[in-house]
Design a binder for this molecule. Structure first.
Ligand code: GLU
Length: 377
């Protein structure tokens, strides 16, 4: 295992998924204000340590259902969409009230599956989330249930949370569950079931353990199988996953004090996984040839500025992968372009401060940001 064990204290950027069952007070039919207040105190403490926190919150449909008086009846798609619309505003209100005493601004981010899977869209969503984190906000993410249709929706926030973790290069995904981790069998049915604290490889044996162990969850949609699917997405992105019991008052604080959880450790880091993906999985759509100064800067870990670009070939869109070559034709690396081919050609050789003059707009000073560049070995 080459990745480090990223627990709650060591993580730099944490995504916490909070399910409907935790957020909805069944008896009152309201958001679970006491639980939220305790969670917010934990969130504030984590942020004070300098760690970034993003919350993926379910609960829109469950709250909206109660708000609209729909009881427990099965809802068709328009019914779910309407419930989500009525519930999402109540959900955000509850988060705002919980976080405000700690001086934290809750910022609503509603995503569809395309926003996490189509490259130019997730680059856009990533930029927004990064900006929100820069402003010190707590992004509260949910699926945009009001506009998604059955075929294109995630339907469960476990996988959405894993995609979000991947998108923003988080190093820890926490899935708050109705069970304190993974067991060898369902502990509610099998007294011999053993808790598994650490999983360093997601094998078929581990998959087999997920069967039924979360089957009683009443309000949410995810079971242990979707949690393992989420852990796989996260692991491939270099992000650790922690599954722990969410229903106690301060689940994150409880883990810090030694409560049980299962930690899935990845074998790579988020940055390495991201760069391997850029270098190996994307078909390059163009070539940028750069001068010696830019080549040296790139090899030293800097971004590619348009001033150092001598020529632009190919037809690429913003967000597509392109090859960067030196004047001798040697590949320096591959990266994601922040301008499309026609704009890149217009700003080749132009100083970053003059981009706006050349194009009439600017998408930032770099043509390829260092974070989005994988250097050739
Ligand atoms: N997006 C759904 C909601 O907010 C929840 C999906 C899930 O339970 O995982 O109601």
């Amino acid at each position: 295992m080459s990745g480090s064990v990223t627990g709650l204290a060591a993580a730099r950027r944490i995504v916490v998924k909070v399910g409907s069952a935790l957020l909805v007070d069944e008896a009152a039919g309201d958001p679970h204000h006491a639980w939220l207040a305790a969670f917010a105190a934990d969130a504030a403490r984590i942020r004070e340590r300098g760690q970034q926190l993003l919350i993926v919150s379910s609960g829109a449909i469950a709250l909206g259902r109660r708000r609209l008086g729909l009881g427990r009846r099965k809802l068709d798609l328009p019914g779910k969409q309407a419930a989500a619309a009525a519930g999402q505003s109540q959900l955000m209100h509850a988060w705002e009230n919980a976080l405000a005493p700690h001086g934290i601004i809750a910022a609503q981010v509603l995503l569809t599956r395309d926003d996490t899977e189509v490259r130019h869209r997730w680059l856009n969503a990533r930029a927004t989330v990064e900006t929100l984190l820069g402003f010190g906000c707590a992004p509260i993410v949910n699926e945009n249930d009001t506009v998604v249709t059955e075929e294109i929706r995630y339907g469960d926030n476990d996988r959405l949370a894993a995609r979000v973790a991947q998108m923003i290069g988080a190093d820890l995904l926490v899935l708050l569950s109705d069970i304190d981790g993974l067991y060898t069998a369902d502990p509610r049915r099998d007294p011999a079931a053993r808790h598994i604290p650490l999983v360093s490889e997601l094998t078929p044996e581990i998959d087999a353990m997920a069967g039924g162990s979360n089957a009683d969850a009443g309000v949410g949609t995810g079971g242990m199988a979707t949690k393992l699917a989420a852990a796989k997405i996260a692991a491939a992105a270099g992000c650790a996953t922690m599954i722990t019991l969410g229903s106690r008052p301060s689940p994150l604080g409880a883990v810090e004090e030694g409560a049980l959880c299962t930690l899935f450790t990845p074998s790579t880091t988020p940055a390495a996984a991201y760069k391997a993906w850029i270098a190996g999985s994307l078909a390059p759509q163009g070539v940028l040839t750069v001068d010696a100064g830019a080549g040296a800067a790139l090899r030293a870990g800097k971004s590619l500025l348009p001033a150092g670009v001598r020529s632009v070939e190919g037809r690429f869109e913003k967000g597509d992968a392109v090859i960067v070559r030196d004047l001798d034709g040697h590949e320096i690396g591959r990266g994601l372009a922040r301008y499309d081919a026609s704009d890149a050609a217009k700003i080749a050789g132009v100083k970053s401060g003059d981009i706006e003059k050349a194009l009439g707009f600017t998408a930032g000073p770099t043509l390829i940001h260092a974070d989005d560049l994988a250097l050739a070995r």
